[in-house]
Write a protein that binds this ligand. Structure first.
Ligand code: NDP
Length: 444
């Protein structure tokens, strides 16, 4: 049996009940076959694949807090510090009822390669809790965040592990967590990114993942003789990534016509009104029905269905496994020629394969959504320098990083004989740097 298949089997046996983690490991290791085969003796002797699929440590803890009725509630907190071969652990905190250890491990594992692809010195980690901020008062969210940090502070630090936002963790939650860390530790340091502008946050961090997704997509299209201008775009999600992806797509001359949340989706043939979407989601924290109520051209549908809309480009920006094989078939039948992942692993393995077999340009999330973590690393640099850069400066660095990521993965795919396979390219380009660092640092 090949080394890759052996390790996939071991990971599945050692980590039962963690399907998302198995899926991520399979996706990465299978696409690494060309590099692993070229270095098989060395990697086997070093147990490199066994080491890279085993987190440095995983922390699980109780998060008790008191709700507005005086009732004590208990959630579970997680931080998985996956790999720090090339820099301090870095990765977001997800607050969503679906969170469990397998989901945090899948995200932490993917984060290793994504962070490496940015060319910045950051390792991979991820954390979160099964707490749901939706429907909670500000005081309840603060109580949860403070209790979460009462335990997490022991394991993080500006040179150790620097968490950030993710689903359910926005500027409000980061603010409460930062305040509590400062209170407990008595130090003012860049221990979290995604902070407010008045206390160490970076301009353009809010926009970074969505904007970065479009910068990389634009470069991928350009290198394949196509462009965003004039194209119809289907976007899923209505959160941080989706909103700024829609905004940048419009600035580049594209026409995003859909968005979605966990209860329903919008089709707006005249193009999504970003100001209205921001008002509904960022200010009122309301459902998309309010968008439809305020916009005569918009149709609201319950459930899922974004991928049934005829489009040229699809940008899944909500959550994992939200674009399945049937969706991929519909997209191809409707003439979609590019899919770029704003979310982490939104496309199932079967759907990815089908899209690639049908010559759809496919940019995987670990490259396409790396703009968020890259700008977080720029926030860390500004915090260390005690400086803040202008929006234009950060945005232009972000664009440079995304263009560079695309060329790194394009080159890696070509080098190993898989031209145009950006999944293989992204995994190989991200992996090689981490693998070399791990070998250079010895068995640790
Ligand atoms: P937000 O919480 O801001 O938005 C998430 C959006 O997805 C919301 O519209 C939400 O709807 C929807 N959603 C969440 N879970 C589900 C579900 N199970 N089914 C259907 N819809 C769902 O998160 P972000 O925009 O920050 O993150 C979106 C994705 O991008 C995630 O995969 C995240 O890991 C990834 N990502 C985010 C980065 C960032 O900088 N923010 C960086 C890199 C990746 P509702 O409001 O109804 O829950």
């Amino acid at each position: 049996m090949s080394y890759v298949d052996e390790v996939i089997e071991k990971v599945i046996a050692k980590n039962p009940g963690e399907p998302e983690f198995h899926q991520a490991v399979k996706e990465v290791l299978e696409s690494l076959r060309p590099v692993v085969e070229a270095n098989e003796d060395l990697y086997r002797r070093e147990a490199l694949l066994e080491r890279i699929t085993e987190p440095d440590r995983q922390i699980k803890f109780r998060v008790p807090w008191v709700d507005d009725k005086g009732q004590v509630q208990v959630n579970t907190g997680y931080r998985v510090q996956f790999n720090n071969a090339i820099g301090p652990y870095k990765g977001g905190l997800r607050l969503h009822p679906s969170v469990n250890i397998g989901i945090i491990k899948f995200l932490g594992f993917e984060q290793i390669f994504k962070n490496s692809l940015t060319s910045l010195p950051i390792g991979g980690g991820k954390g979160g809790s099964d707490f749901d901020p939706k429907g909670k008062s500000d005081r309840e969210v603060m109580a949860f965040c403070q209790s979460f940090m009462n335990e997490l502070y022991k394991y993080i630090g500006a040179d150790e592990d620097v968490p950030a936002g993710d689903i359910g963790t926005g500027a409000r939650e980061i603010g409460y967590m930062f305040g509590q860390y400062k209170k407990i530790r008595g130090v003012y340091e860049g221990v979290l990114t995604g902070k407010g502008l008045s206390y160490g946050g970076s301009l353009a961090r809010t926009e970074a993942t969505g904007y970065g997704l479009l910068y990389l997509t634009e470069e991928m299209l350009k290198c394949n003789g196509k462009e965003i201008a004039g194209k119809t775009i289907a976007v899923s999600g209505a959160g941080n990534v989706a909103i700024y992806a829609i905004q940048k797509a419009q600035q580049l001359g594209g026409k995003p016509v859909t968005c979605s949340d966990s209860t329903g989706w919008i089709y707006d043939p005249e193009g999504i009104d970003v100001a209205l979407l921001k008002e509904v989601k960022e200010v009122k924290r309301a459902r998309l029905t309010e968008y439809a109520a305020a916009r005569p051209s918009a149709q609201y549908h319950e459930g899922r269905g974004v991928w049934t809309v005829k489009c040229d480009i699809a940008l899944p920006c909500a959550t994992q496994n939200e674009l399945n094989l049937d969706d991929a078939k519909t997209l191809v039948a409707n003439g979609c020629f590019a899919v770029a992942e704003g979310a982490n692993m939104p496309t199932t393995l079967e759907a990815t394969k089908y899209l690639q077999e049908n010559k759809v340009l496919f940019a995987p999330g670990k490259a396409a959504n790396a703009g968020g973590v890259a700008t977080s690393a720029l926030e860390m640099s500004q915090n260390s320098e005690r400086l803040s850069w202008s929006f234009e400066e950060v945005d232009s660095k972000l664009k440079g990083i995304m263009v560079n990521i695309f060329h790194n993965l394009d080159d890696a795919a070509k080098k190993y004989g898989h031209e145009g396979d950006y999944v293989v390219g992204a995994n190989i380009a991200g992996f090689e740097k981490v693998a070399n660092a791990m070998i250079a640092q010895g068995v640790c």
